[in-house]
Design a protein around this ligand. Sequence first.
Ligand code: PFF
Length: 457
Amino acid sequence: MLQTEESRPTFGSRLGIIFATVGSAIGLGNIWRFPYMLGSNGGAAFLLIYLLCALLLGLPVMMAEFYIGRHSKRNAVGAFKVIAPDKKWSIIGYNGMLAAFFILGFYFVIAGWTLEYVFQALTGSLGDKSAAEFRVEFSNFSSGLFRPILWTLLFIGFTHYIIMTGVKNGIERSSKFLMPLLFVILIALCIRSLTLPGAMTGIDFLFKPDFSKINSSVLLSAMGQAFFSLSVGMGCLITYASYFDVKTHLQRTAFEVTAIDTLVAVLAGIMIFPAVFSFGIEPTAGVELVFITLPNVFSQLPLGALWACFFFLLLAVAALTSTISLHEVVTAYLHEERYITRKRAAVYVSLGVTVLAVLSSLSFGIMKNFTFFGLTFFDLLDYVTTKLMLPFGGMLICIFTGWYIDKNVLKAELTNRGTVPFYLFRLYRFLLKYIAPVAIALIFLNELGFVNFLKSL
Ligand code: PFF
């Protein structure tokens, strides 16, 4: 059934809104990708740039997406057709939708890996091994043919099911009680990690910046990671904000989501790096970093298998609330703009993504040597989305909202028609118009070698 404007679902409570949006933001990006990026990009210096990007680029773009979504009450592409009859702005929506589709193509693989670890914890095969053994086991598993693909397919199935049960019931209910639980387990694991021998080396690596490590590729990686982690730059939050009601405090929601997401990323760093150094693992290990580090931490805990099981289960749930939001971007577009029933739209998205995800999974095994520009299929999807499409989308969203949208209209939406204050509105608009787009453009140009304020290594 196609929905009319009136029957369009909205999120129920204020907490429901926060949890659904935080659910989208918190996921593998915080707990898997952030530590691996930080480890491969020089440690604390990366953290510093990441924090600046989240605050000065991510937060403003998030608010702009909230404005666009709630003002238009449409999906990521349709929103621009409503607000800007000038057709060319819809490119932001198309870019975002495509990015969501590509992200799902690699995200589902890692999400599948979390299920394997739940399984291993349940069956007692995680056990007490040396760091080297954990590493070998991981590489045997991830390069395998059927097993990782099976988990990935299962994950796609879960996501598909929740998308089918509807926006409000599915998304809201699933994120409300499990995210706080993840937070509690994360804190407990931080404490365990911090009390390991040699933990302080990891803390220094995470918090003591070595500025000589900053180069253009670190800048681009940190910016991409900030966009990815906050789920901005691709219309995901446009889609979610279209389900917000008129009373939702957009500024506060954006601020809270950014703060919570950043906190979880930093906690993930505190959980991982002391253990990395304590167990003699290379911080530059890459995609496998978290998966080869955490089993060591669990093996040092009483009832380690139980901890592992809970942790990976909750991580899977965090990933699920993110895959739902990504899936929703594409499904809502097909349903509302292409007039396909919601059910059928969801099936198309799930099938399409399955193809990408299978190829991504194989790129750790039999397709390892099948590279494009030196990147495996998995790496290519990751690179193109996080380092190109999201920052590009974010830049255009800033330009659109800063230059094209009337400032009174923008202010009215962000202040709920003047019922809540926005003291820093002028500064906000200045950021949108000048600082953010110029900063993003410079980081791009610098990496491409057109300007040269920081050379790549
Ligand atoms: N922010 C999610 C994470 O950190 O895992 C990933 C993500 C979700 C990216 C939704 C983009 C998006 F639109």
